[in-house]
Design a binder for this molecule. Structure first.
Ligand SMILES: [Ca+2]
Length: 306
């Protein structure tokens, strides 16, 4: 069987369609026939789309006419309330703000800061407090079950410098009645996180025996604050209700190592339970949070695309 030979002046989609046809005509069984039909349909569809783009009424048309330029050249101020997710021992609620400047509508540089306004124990922490038992084997990690909530780690604050990319922009409809401009952004940067953890205990002799000594009980509630560097990244959906105000729904990852439980988790080179509590007991943990924020743009006057 002879096949048409594409001529040099053929457009790309013509050649593509002929090659689809060659492959599809070779089908011999029902499955291949179905695949061949799909090939022809896809080939024709892409051909039509390209034909419209090249010669149709949308030829050379911009993606958007008279669209509001929300971000370019404007400052975005975003106060927010964040909630940590999938916490082991403590749930955090943080109040913060983000200020971003957008060089282009799809690229911005932002500074974020938030601090812990309240936190609460998880059901696991409360259960250990009720049911936990101190023995000669765990007296260092749990001098007293009643005070377990006092030894767990807490996030106190974080700040971050980040780049934002806004690859998607469009309009959302609520029940096909209310329409709002929306965009989707991803961001990544570096963060500094302030945490409070159980203080290091390098003299294991004070925590030995069947019951904890007064010094051991005191070590359980001794706290120390430190700050650590961490990567941060996430995604956000921004809904615009006017030229200068909107709402942002954001997810943020903030992975770093810390001693969430205040227990003897590890030792040098990963050795388990080395009898002291120190920096070796900081375990990598994928901290993440969801935040709900209000969005304001400065200056409030918006510009439009041609
Ligand atoms: Ca240890």
């Amino acid at each position: 069987m002879e096949h048409p030979t594409p001529q040099p002046q053929d457009h790309g989609w013509h050649v593509s369609r002929l090659s689809f046809g060659r492959r599809c005509r070779g089908a011999r069984n029902p499955l291949l026939v179905v695949l061949a039909a799909a090939c022809l349909t896809l080939g024709a569809g892409s051909a039509l789309a390209e034909d419209i783009q090249l010669t149709g009424p949308l030829a050379d048309a911009p993606a958007c006419r008279h669209c509001r330029v929300y971000r370019e050249g404007r400052l975005q101020v975003q106060p927010f309330l964040a909630f940590t997710l999938q916490d082991q021992y403590v749930r955090h609620r943080l109040l913060g703000a983000q200020v971003s400047y957008h060089l282009m509508d799809w690229l911005g540089l932002g500074l974020v800061g938030a601090f812990n306004v309240s936190d609460s124990e998880t059901p696991l922490t409360r259960e250990i407090g009720r049911e936990g038992q101190t023995t000669e084997f765990n007296v260092l990690s749990l001098p007293s079950a009643d005070n377990f909530a006092e030894q767990v780690g807490r996030i106190q604050w974080f700040t971050a410098l980040q780049l934002s990319f806004i690859p998607l922009r469009g309009k959302l409809a609520l029940f096909q009645k209310v329409f709002v401009d929306a965009d989707f952004q991803v961001f990544a940067g570096a963060a500094m996180v302030g945490v409070e953890e159980r203080q290091s205990l390098i003299d294991p002799s004070i925590c030995s025996g069947v019951t904890a000594s007064p010094a051991c009980l005191q070590s359980q509630v001794a706290r120390i604050s430190r700050s650590t560097l961490a990567p941060t990244f996430g995604a956000a959906l921004t809904l615009m209700f006017s030229d200068w105000a909107g709402m942002a729904l954001e997810w943020r990852g903030l992975p770093f190592a810390w001693n969430t439980s205040g227990t003897d988790e590890a030792g040098p080179a990963g050795k388990f339970s080395d009898g002291v509590i120190n920096a070796d007991d900081r375990i990598p943990w994928f901290n993440h949070m969801f935040s709900l924020g209000a969005v304001f743009y400065v200056p409030p006057k918006v510009s439009y695309t041609p």
